[in-house]
Design a protein around this ligand. Sequence first.
Ligand SMILES: *Cc1c(COP(=O)(O)O)cnc(C)c1O
Length: 391
Amino acid sequence: MTHEPSPHAGALSPDTLVVAAGRPARVHDAPVNPPIVLSSTYVGTGTVVDGDRAYGRYSNPTWDPLEETLAELEGATLPGLVFASGLAAVSAALSLIPAGGVLVMPRHTYQGALVMAQELAEKGLFTLRTVDVADTDEVIAALTGAGERAASMLWLESPTNPMLEVADLRVLCRSAQAVGAVVVTDNTFSTPLVQQPLELGSDVVLHSVTKYLAGHSDVVLGAIVTSDPDLRGRLHHHRSIHGAIAGPFEAWLALRGLRTLALRVERSQQTALALALRLEAHDGVDRVRFPGLESDPGHARARAQMNGFGSILCIEVAGGAAAAEGVVAALRLWTPATSLGGVESLIERRRRHANEPDSVPENLLRLSVGIENAEDLWADLAQALDSVVSR
Ligand SMILES: *Cc1c(COP(=O)(O)O)cnc(C)c1O
């Protein structure tokens, strides 16, 4: 089965691309959807050359349409690379740092990525400089090194998890380039529909496909997209040799989920903004963190570089950690669970995780807004907050 070689790029809107990209060639009686291919090896004749499938750890035809679709959505000129999980993609990306190099990373990066970087730095593989990514001057100082070695890699996440700080992506990408650092942007929270890091100057875009892209909380999967042939070659080699490959079924499920991404993102973003406005006015809430609110410190930057504001928001519940736990316990529709980006609305107090940084408030709840009816979601939140406030 051959796939249409990206006939769409540049011509179609992203909300069409999520439906139209990565389809089998249009020939009589061909299936409309790509099939799941279950094979650990491929028939080989003569010498193995670059581009041969050869073996199941190097390639699988089920990955191809997903990798093509992700590349088209992120505006890349080369196919993406899918990995066994978002963190497997993080591991591959961190392998691009040369021995003895310097990694600059936001203090509130996704917890798993931060722990991985800290552990690798403790082993002496590279130096880690953590920064407040919203403070552009602080990031630039860490990049240049102020007399110490300049950065080899800048890791970006914006808005950050879970504090929702917004980085000035254009300026930071330019500053990283000026010192020769590779820029990797974790675009999981925004999806390519809301933010396009390659266009903003990032070299590499990374996703936990587990979240919005697959979208149904039934798959763990990761992906990397880049237009740089050298970087892609090194990342592909890392995946082949370290072996964190995607299962064919997971790759197929992710592409199936991706078909509705535009509808899901549009709906959940709308609901998130409506909920943020109401939460801001509620007595039981000390603070709402959401870049879509005009009162949010990241609002202007988010407006300048995002197509919307995403659908993750955080609230700090009046009355501390116990009150926050009380709200979670009183909810009936929202599911208390970690993770995000699925059709169902999830909520959790982030500090329940032992290795969440101390700088994250004890009373902070992270809300992943799903696609349920907005009034139902609000009614549930309001009754839970009211039950704690009036206690
Ligand atoms: C979940 C997540 C990851 C890790 O992805 P997994 O698929 O869970 O391995 C990385 N970055 C962000 C922003 C995430 O939300």
